[in-house]
Design a protein around this ligand. Structure first.
Ligand SMILES: *Cc1c(COP(=O)(O)O)cnc(C)c1O
Length: 389
């Protein structure tokens, strides 16, 4: 598409997807693919789920948008559900993961400003990814995304993930918050250990600073619990969600605990589209179906099954290192660049994506079946033989 009028910010696959059902999609020539990308962890319930269809068609007949100048019942209901599920207190709605993280950074700074404290800086992890806004680029622990965009907002420090002593030493009188992904998605499926997350929680309590968890990719059931941090038995002070929350509708949010819930007030933050009736109805449908179809259990079972199958394939090829991740956020680490392997999978009917240059990432919808995974494993196995022998 050399004559495209679309700005060239994505190296696109040579495919045009025109319809989908469950975890299958069809291109404009009628070829079918197993979709283990799910719009990068967005299509939580797969494609064309009737509950989402019903929610958004019903809402479209009533009112799409009315501005946050008015009360929005669906937004109120969704906020209550999310507060209940997270054990946190109040929700700010926005449109993307980066915006949710920007809101969290603003909240952390203003929280200490209101306390009369000079704490303003945020510590994040190396190889993290927090979004493409200037603030979230600054927060991101990868240099490659920042090149040419300086001056970036200041006040961010990066430490190695799972290195407790380095983190402990990085905290000073200016530190306002520590922000982490429970599993680094874009950065290569690096898991923060439960022990590390527990120690970070204790460290934040000890210093009276905020613990922000970016669950934009790991949240909403992706890792087998509603939020990945539950598995470490901890709670953050501030939680961000995005990607899978709306099952394909653009909605994201920041959830704050009781101590921080009143930090942002009228005039300090906002979003024109954030949490409009349409996107909130979709998100409510997603949460309903995760419950009614017992999808957390499915993620747990299918995630373990898939991981087991991937491990067997990894053991058969020197080019594969390991299987990483949790639930249905899985990665296959490689000693070589994975682009050729990914395009072979695509040619053979399976859509997967990279996480960095050397990790294949798998993000099937949460309602994927064992039969779908068997089919995917068969394609992965064949593709590995074709590419690596
Ligand atoms: C994708 C992602 C973001 C950015 O979300 P956008 O909706 O693209 O702004 C932020 N944090 C994490 C962990 C992500 O995976």
């Amino acid at each position: 598409m050399t004559n495209s009028a679309i700005m060239n910010t994505y190296a696109r696959y040579p495919l045009t997807l025109v319809r989908g059902r469950g975890c299958r999609v069809q291109d404009d020539s009628g070829n079918e693919y197993l979709d283990f990308i799910s719009g990068i962890a967005v299509n939580t319930l797969g494609h064309a789920h009737p509950a989402i269809q019903q929610a958004i068609t019903e809402q479209a007949k009533e009112i799409l948008h009315c501005s946050n100048l008015f009360h929005i019942p669906a937004q109120e209901a969704l906020a209550k559900r999310l507060a209940g599920l997270s054990g946190l207190s109040k929700v700010f709605f926005c449109n993307s993961g980066a915006e949710a993280n920007e809101a969290a950074i603003k909240l952390a700074r203003r929280y200490f400003y209101l306390k009369g404290s000079t704490r303003r800086t945020v510590i994040t992890a190396k190889q993290s990814f927090h979004g493409r806004l200037l603030s979230t680029l600054a927060a991101t622990g990868q240099e490659k995304v920042k090149i040419g965009f300086d001056p970036l907002p200041t006040g961010f420090h990066h430490v190695a993930l799972n290195a407790y002593i380095e983190l402990d030493q990085a905290i000073d009188e200016h530190t306002a918050a520590i922000m982490l992904e429970p599993i680094q998605g874009e950065g290569g499926i690096h898991v923060a250990s439960h022990n590390y997350l527990q120690m970070v929680r204790a460290l934040c309590d000890e210093h009276g600073i905020l613990f922000i968890l970016d669950e934009v990719q790991t949240g909403v059931g992706r890792c087998g619990t509603m939020f990945a941090h539950e598995q470490a038995g901890i709670k953050p002070d501030v939680l961000t969600l995005g990607k899978g929350l709306g099952g394909g509708m653009p909605i994201a949010c920041m959830i704050a605990n009781e101590a921080t819930e009143n930090t942002l007030s009228p005039g300090t933050h906002g979003s024109t589209f954030g949490g409009n009736p349409m996107v909130c109805r979709a998100a409510l449908a997603v949460l309903d179906v995760i419950e009614s179809e017992n999808l957390l259990h499915n993620v747990h079972v299918q995630g373990a099954y898939f991981s087991h199958g991937l491990t067997a394939i990894a053991e058969a090829h020197d080019e594969f290192l390991d299987v990483r991740g949790q639930g249905l956020l899985l990665g296959l680490g490689s000693t070589v660049a994975v682009a050729a392997f990914i395009s072979q999978c695509r040619d053979d009917g399976l859509l997967v994506l990279p996480a960095g240059s050397h990790v294949v990432r798998f993000l099937p919808p949460l309602n994927v079946t064992e039969a779908d995974i068997d089919e995917a494993l068969m394609i992965i196995k064949q593709a590995a033989i074709k590419v690596f022998s």
